[in-house]
Design a protein around this ligand. Structure first.
Ligand code: D5M
Ligand code: FE
Ligand code: ZN
Length: 458
């Protein structure tokens, strides 16, 4: 990083750019050279980046927010209109003339819960807005009500009264049942969650065991065989703990320099044999902007990681295709750090009741049904890109996230769901908010069987 960049970085972190700090940031650390074990050649890897975001930087105006919501609405409306159940869809402005049951496709712009349990929604489409009433008397509907969230686009079936719409049923855009192709040979993807290098709660021993396992130097003979067949390692963001991420973070850091934090991770990753492809996305602790999509790690800070030949850095979110061969299309894996999960775990009644942070696979199901990684605007920081990077347009074969620091495996309509663990013990902040991470687990997906298993490195 040059002096200008260092000054800008320090100012962005709310720190005074003193001479010492600038020098610390502009002096590169030498990379430690490591001997890699020779790859045992048993099948090649294939990695293609299917969806990576890198738009030219720009300022947004008010009009772009309007078209952002309109684009999102139109995309989701088209999915909903493809369903047989929405054949009788009309627009809000035409409801007045309707006596029979009908359907509207609308965005929820407001939700109020009355003391009776009835929900009073404000619904909007491109033609106008209306108040809608959802009564919990119908048990099916009562269950669905607990899943509603602001700004999501749904089909509402029901009947129109005077200036009001009575809802009988609710449909989500959803994904169709998927048959994930299976690989002719046995190959595995390891999902490695939040590393948080630099934190004084970082677990180098455990992370080191994982790396040793990948090198074929740790575990039982059967586990070593698994390691050899593990061809892909996905690092799901929060690569480092970062600097100035939360108030008083300094007290919880072993390494206060962002360069050195990335250097430390690079020292571990550089030891992973070359026959394995490593894919890295950023998270909310990394030194990139918080607004999603987040661009791939900045070369200025993570230079050491970019120097590792078998590492590919991509945006958050991203879709990569791995292991494609002549007779096998490979699998599309959507990687998303998972920052929006906090909002939905906190604010959606049904997700809270289902176990909240303990069931990230349920949050994924919730997002897949809505075809969006942050259906509520504000669930995460985002920018009104015309081509919304958070929409789930192409349905992946595998979805994976980190952030909640708990490893889980699940499936929804055939799509594999993975939540990565972490390599950081419980922080003081997490103790205060009652969050209980489960570090040092690694979900491992077998591409031949489409089944996952969980490894533990403690
Ligand atoms: O976030 C790791 C986890 O820490 C996150 O999924 C839940 C918990 N966390 C973070 N912030 C909060 C707040 N404000 N309330 C409750 N729980 C929280 P990380 O991105 O690694 O810091
Ligand atoms: Fe994290
Ligand atoms: Zn995070």
């Amino acid at each position: 990083m040059d002096t200008q960049q260092a000054i800008r970085f320090l100012l962005e972190q709310g720190e005074l750019p003193t001479k010492e700090k600038i020098r610390e940031l502009t002096t590169p650390e030498p990379l430690i050279q490591v001997e890699k074990p020779k790859p045992k050649n048993d099948g090649e890897t294939s990695l293609k980046v299917v969806q990576h975001f890198e738009f030219a930087p720009k300022k947004f105006n008010v009009g772009e927010f309007t078209s952002y919501f309109r684009n999102r609405y139109n995309f989701l409306k088209n999915i909903l209109l493809n369903r047989a159940e929405t054949a009788n869809t009309t627009s809000i402005s035409r409801l007045a003339g309707f006596r029979d049951k009908t359907t509207i496709i609308a965005i929820i712009s407001d939700v109020k819960k009355l003391h009776t349990g009835t929900l009073k929604l404000t619904l909007e489409d491109l033609s106008g807005s209306i108040t809608a009433i959802v009564s919990p008397k119908n048990p099916e509907l009562a269950k669905k009500m607990q899943y509603l969230t602001h700004d999501e686009v749904l089909a509402f079936k029901g009947s129109a009264g005077k200036d009001v719409f009575f809802v009988d049923d609710i449909l989500w855009p959803d994904i169709p049942q998927k048959t994930v192709p299976t690989s002719p040979d046995e190959a595995y993807i390891a999902f490695c969650g939040d590393v948080h290098a630099g934190s004084n709660k970082f677990l180098p021993k455990e992370f080191g065991k994982f790396i040793s396992w990948l090198r074929g130097e740790y575990g039982s003979p059967a586990q070593k065989e698994l390691a050899q067949k593990t061809k892909y390692v996905f690092l799901l963001g929060d690569v480092v703990d970062g600097v100035g991420i939360y108030p008083e973070q300094k007290k919880e850091l072993d390494i206060g320099d962002i360069h050195r934090q990335y250097d430390l991770v690079a020292q571990f990753l550089a030891q992973v044999p070359d026959d394995k492809q490593i894919v890295v996305i950023p998270g909310n602790h990394d030194a990139v902007r918080l607004e999603e999509y987040q661009p791939s790690l900045y070369k200025d800070f993570a230079e050491a990681i970019y120097k590792i030949p078998n590492v590919t850095c991509v945006s958050n979110p991203t879709i990569v295709n791995v292991h494609a061969k002549d007779d096998y299309p490979g699998v599309d894996v959507m990687l998303y750090h998972g920052y929006s999960f906090d909002y939905f775990v906190d604010s959606v009644e049904a997700l809270r009741n289902a176990g909240g942070y303990d069931v990230p696979e349920k949050v994924w199901e919730f997002l897949l049904k809505r075809r969006h990684l942050a259906p509520t605007y504000g669930a995460t920081l985002s920018l009104p890109f015309a081509d919304d990077p958070l929409l789930i347009k192409k349905i992946p074969d595998v979805v994976a996230s980190g952030h909640v620091h708990k490893a889980r495996i699940g499936q929804y309509k055939g799509v594999n769901i993975v939540s990565g663990s972490c390599w950081q013990a419980t922080t003081n902040f997490q103790i205060r908010v009652g969050h209980k991470p489960e570090p040092a687990f690694v979900p491992l997906l077998n591409l031949k069987t489409n089944k996952s298993q969980m490894l533990q490195f403690r």
